[in-house]
Design a protein. Structure first.
Length: 196
Protein backbone atom coordinates (compact mmCIF):
# COMPACT_ATOMS: atom_id res chain seq x y z
CA UNK A 1 0.00 0.00 0.00
CA UNK A 2 1.44 3.37 -0.98
CA UNK A 3 1.71 6.16 1.56
CA UNK A 4 -0.83 8.87 1.14
CA UNK A 5 -0.38 12.33 2.65
CA UNK A 6 -3.67 13.15 4.34
CA UNK A 7 -2.64 16.42 5.95
CA UNK A 8 0.58 18.29 5.32
CA UNK A 9 0.31 21.26 7.66
CA UNK A 10 3.75 22.78 7.09
CA UNK A 11 6.51 21.72 4.75
CA UNK A 12 9.57 20.91 6.82
CA UNK A 13 11.58 23.35 4.72
CA UNK A 14 9.29 26.13 6.00
CA UNK A 15 10.25 25.57 9.65
CA UNK A 16 12.63 28.45 10.31
CA UNK A 17 13.09 28.97 14.05
CA UNK A 18 14.87 32.18 14.90
CA UNK A 19 15.38 32.16 18.67
CA UNK A 20 14.39 28.62 19.61
CA UNK A 21 15.61 25.15 18.86
CA UNK A 22 13.23 22.70 17.26
CA UNK A 23 13.38 18.93 17.01
CA UNK A 24 11.57 17.23 14.16
CA UNK A 25 10.46 13.76 15.23
CA UNK A 26 9.32 11.15 12.70
CA UNK A 27 7.70 7.81 13.27
CA UNK A 28 4.42 5.97 13.76
CA UNK A 29 1.95 7.50 16.21
CA UNK A 30 0.19 4.15 16.05
CA UNK A 31 1.52 1.02 14.39
CA UNK A 32 -0.85 -1.40 12.69
CA UNK A 33 1.71 -3.86 11.39
CA UNK A 34 5.21 -4.77 12.53
CA UNK A 35 7.38 -6.93 10.29
CA UNK A 36 4.33 -8.20 8.44
CA UNK A 37 2.37 -9.15 11.57
CA UNK A 38 -0.68 -7.35 13.00
CA UNK A 39 0.36 -5.35 16.07
CA UNK A 40 -1.86 -5.59 19.17
CA UNK A 41 -1.42 -3.03 21.95
CA UNK A 42 -1.48 -3.60 25.71
CA UNK A 43 -5.21 -2.76 25.78
CA UNK A 44 -5.91 -5.69 23.44
CA UNK A 45 -6.65 -3.44 20.45
CA UNK A 46 -5.39 -3.04 16.92
CA UNK A 47 -6.21 -0.09 14.69
CA UNK A 48 -6.82 -0.57 10.98
CA UNK A 49 -4.99 1.97 8.78
CA UNK A 50 -8.43 3.29 7.80
CA UNK A 51 -9.50 3.81 11.43
CA UNK A 52 -8.58 7.46 11.84
CA UNK A 53 -10.89 10.40 11.16
CA UNK A 54 -8.47 13.33 11.01
CA UNK A 55 -10.67 16.33 10.22
CA UNK A 56 -11.08 17.59 13.81
CA UNK A 57 -7.42 16.96 14.65
CA UNK A 58 -6.32 18.93 11.59
CA UNK A 59 -7.89 22.07 13.11
CA UNK A 60 -5.55 21.84 16.12
CA UNK A 61 -2.72 19.36 15.39
CA UNK A 62 -1.20 19.49 18.87
CA UNK A 63 1.44 17.15 20.24
CA UNK A 64 1.08 16.62 23.99
CA UNK A 65 3.28 15.09 26.66
CA UNK A 66 1.77 12.02 28.40
CA UNK A 67 -1.78 12.82 27.14
CA UNK A 68 -1.84 15.87 29.43
CA UNK A 69 -3.84 18.71 27.84
CA UNK A 70 -1.92 21.12 30.07
CA UNK A 71 1.41 20.04 28.55
CA UNK A 72 1.52 20.78 24.83
CA UNK A 73 5.06 20.31 23.50
CA UNK A 74 4.71 20.81 19.75
CA UNK A 75 2.61 20.47 16.65
CA UNK A 76 2.08 17.84 14.02
CA UNK A 77 3.43 18.83 10.63
CA UNK A 78 2.58 15.79 8.50
CA UNK A 79 0.26 12.80 8.87
CA UNK A 80 0.21 9.84 6.50
CA UNK A 81 -1.94 6.76 6.73
CA UNK A 82 0.07 3.83 5.41
CA UNK A 83 -0.36 0.08 5.35
CA UNK A 84 1.74 -0.03 8.54
CA UNK A 85 -0.20 2.56 10.51
CA UNK A 86 -0.44 6.28 11.26
CA UNK A 87 2.87 7.94 10.35
CA UNK A 88 3.65 11.46 11.59
CA UNK A 89 6.29 14.15 11.50
CA UNK A 90 6.11 16.70 14.29
CA UNK A 91 7.99 19.72 15.60
CA UNK A 92 8.89 19.73 19.32
CA UNK A 93 9.85 23.17 20.66
CA UNK A 94 12.52 23.75 23.30
CA UNK A 95 10.96 27.02 24.47
CA UNK A 96 7.63 25.29 25.15
CA UNK A 97 9.00 22.46 27.32
CA UNK A 98 12.77 22.19 27.68
CA UNK A 99 12.60 18.94 29.70
CA UNK A 100 10.65 17.09 27.00
CA UNK A 101 12.81 18.63 24.28
CA UNK A 102 16.01 17.42 25.99
CA UNK A 103 14.55 13.98 26.74
CA UNK A 104 13.74 13.48 23.05
CA UNK A 105 17.07 14.95 21.95
CA UNK A 106 18.99 12.57 24.23
CA UNK A 107 16.98 9.50 23.25
CA UNK A 108 15.29 9.09 26.64
CA UNK A 109 11.73 9.81 25.44
CA UNK A 110 10.88 7.75 22.36
CA UNK A 111 7.24 6.62 22.58
CA UNK A 112 4.16 7.80 20.70
CA UNK A 113 0.57 7.28 21.78
CA UNK A 114 -2.77 8.43 20.41
CA UNK A 115 -5.93 9.74 22.02
CA UNK A 116 -8.86 8.54 19.94
CA UNK A 117 -12.64 8.47 20.28
CA UNK A 118 -13.44 4.94 19.06
CA UNK A 119 -16.59 4.77 16.96
CA UNK A 120 -16.49 1.23 15.58
CA UNK A 121 -14.65 -1.90 16.69
CA UNK A 122 -15.12 -5.62 16.35
CA UNK A 123 -13.69 -8.50 18.35
CA UNK A 124 -11.50 -10.97 16.47
CA UNK A 125 -11.31 -14.45 18.00
CA UNK A 126 -8.38 -15.32 15.74
CA UNK A 127 -6.29 -12.39 17.00
CA UNK A 128 -7.92 -12.32 20.45
CA UNK A 129 -8.14 -8.55 20.07
CA UNK A 130 -10.51 -5.69 19.35
CA UNK A 131 -10.04 -4.41 15.80
CA UNK A 132 -10.82 -0.69 15.59
CA UNK A 133 -12.13 0.28 12.17
CA UNK A 134 -13.33 3.82 12.88
CA UNK A 135 -12.48 6.56 15.35
CA UNK A 136 -11.87 10.29 15.62
CA UNK A 137 -8.26 11.23 16.40
CA UNK A 138 -8.21 13.68 19.32
CA UNK A 139 -4.49 14.05 20.07
CA UNK A 140 -1.05 12.54 19.72
CA UNK A 141 1.38 12.38 22.63
CA UNK A 142 5.01 11.71 23.33
CA UNK A 143 5.02 9.12 26.14
CA UNK A 144 7.47 7.12 28.18
CA UNK A 145 5.78 3.73 27.68
CA UNK A 146 3.43 3.47 24.69
CA UNK A 147 0.63 0.90 24.83
CA UNK A 148 1.61 -0.03 21.27
CA UNK A 149 5.26 -0.87 21.86
CA UNK A 150 6.19 -0.43 18.18
CA UNK A 151 4.88 3.17 18.08
CA UNK A 152 8.18 4.94 18.55
CA UNK A 153 10.24 7.83 17.29
CA UNK A 154 12.22 6.49 14.35
CA UNK A 155 14.06 9.64 13.31
CA UNK A 156 15.10 12.87 15.06
CA UNK A 157 16.36 16.02 13.36
CA UNK A 158 17.64 19.00 15.35
CA UNK A 159 16.81 22.35 13.75
CA UNK A 160 18.36 25.66 14.69
CA UNK A 161 18.25 28.95 12.82
CA UNK A 162 16.52 27.38 9.86
CA UNK A 163 18.91 24.45 9.35
CA UNK A 164 18.25 20.82 10.29
CA UNK A 165 20.67 18.00 10.99
CA UNK A 166 19.89 14.35 11.71
CA UNK A 167 20.53 13.46 15.34
CA UNK A 168 19.62 9.79 15.07
CA UNK A 169 17.78 7.34 12.87
CA UNK A 170 16.38 3.98 13.83
CA UNK A 171 16.38 1.78 10.75
CA UNK A 172 13.71 -0.88 10.94
CA UNK A 173 14.57 -3.95 8.91
CA UNK A 174 11.70 -6.00 7.55
CA UNK A 175 11.59 -9.61 8.66
CA UNK A 176 12.51 -11.97 5.84
CA UNK A 177 10.48 -15.08 5.30
CA UNK A 178 11.92 -18.40 6.46
CA UNK A 179 11.83 -19.66 2.87
CA UNK A 180 13.96 -16.74 1.72
CA UNK A 181 16.43 -17.36 4.54
CA UNK A 182 16.63 -21.05 3.56
CA UNK A 183 17.19 -20.15 -0.09
CA UNK A 184 20.00 -17.75 0.77
CA UNK A 185 21.58 -20.29 3.11
CA UNK A 186 21.33 -23.02 0.47
CA UNK A 187 22.97 -20.76 -2.12
CA UNK A 188 25.80 -19.93 0.29
CA UNK A 189 26.38 -23.60 1.08
CA UNK A 190 26.43 -24.53 -2.63
CA UNK A 191 28.92 -21.75 -3.37
CA UNK A 192 31.11 -22.87 -0.49
CA UNK A 193 31.02 -26.51 -1.65
CA UNK A 194 31.98 -25.53 -5.20
CA UNK A 195 35.01 -23.55 -3.97
CA UNK A 196 37.28 -26.49 -3.20
Amino acid sequence: MNSEVIYDYIQLSEVHPESEDVIIVKGYANKYKWQGEVEIDSHGSSFLPSAYELEAYSLNPVILYMHDVHQPVGKCLVIKMTGDGLYIEAAIYKDVNASVFNAVKNGVLNGFSIGIDIKSEQYSEILDAWIVSSGELIEISLVTTPSNTKSVVENVDLCSLGACQVLRTREVKEKRSKDLDKAILKEMVLKALNKD
